[in-house]
Ligand binder design. Sequence first.
Ligand code: BV8
Ligand code: ZN
Length: 241
Amino acid sequence: MDRIEIGPKTFVVVATGAGISAESGLATFRGAGGLWEGHRVEEVASPEGFAADAQLVWRFYSERRKSALAVEPNAGHLALAKLEEKLGDRFLLATQNVDGLHRRAGSKRVIAIHGELFESRCAQCFEPPFEDKQTYLEPPMPKCQVCGMALRPNIVWFGEALDHRHLRQVREAFEDHRGDCVFIAIGTSGQVYPAAGFVDQARSFGAKTWLVDLDPAHEFAARFHHVVRGKSGEVLPQLFG
Ligand code: BV8
Ligand code: ZN
């Protein structure tokens, strides 16, 4: 059984994708062939998609809010929360997932680099994002209390920039701990940038890199020092030495 040796000063950066939530019962992006109700996710999860059909996009996110509220974190999420408890400030979790399951599992040092499913924000003015668990399946679509324009999910859509502070936090973690850093990607097909480039950044700063995935994407897996094939809910509880 593979084990990742973590020394007394080793800094651990973890990046997770949809695969870590699969055992909780949430659909992955590639599992459904990248489709939702016959629409390409890249189209629905985009500013163009929202401009073209806000109701369709709100239906997409409302259904995901309902599914994410109906499931529980799994052993993989819990294993990462336990590792964070052990490592404290020598741990950083960057998740591509918007489902909120890492926080519900107890993870605190987690940055949601693609946004938060349970937050909405105004599509126009600079009112800050706010917690929103509501679903919007029928018109009228939700409006901003301040300026009256449309509300949108607080998600980073395709073609939108990620929060540069998040990207800086990940880069600094590699930079500040060069020589004694481990990067572990879990349950991601590595198709979406800039997250898919974290492994290259990690290696450029001398980090050891691991991929944990049920069915590793070949060209992505080739960029890691180590690849562990399996279900994250089964692998993670035994993986950390
Ligand atoms: C950006 C939120 C630039 C949405 C997401 C053309 C136009 C515009 C942009 C681009 C373009 N071409 C390329 C780009 C860049 C684009 C990109 O990379 N596109 C890809 C498709 C080529 N990236 C962007 O647009 C990003 N922004 O580049 O901005 C910019 C800069 C400055 C100023 C302006 C603009 C923004 C990307 C963020 C998009 N938002 N999520 C939502 O969730 O609704 S992306 C979304 O898809 C996820 O967050 C995640 O990132 C990605 C899905 O990937 P995965 O999580 O990996 O899931 P997947 O299903 O693919 O894989 C699951 C894996 O789990 C599999 O490997 C499977 O084997 C494994 N698995 C399954 N079960 C298990 C398991 N593993 C373990 N255990 C199990 N049980
Ligand atoms: Zn507004």
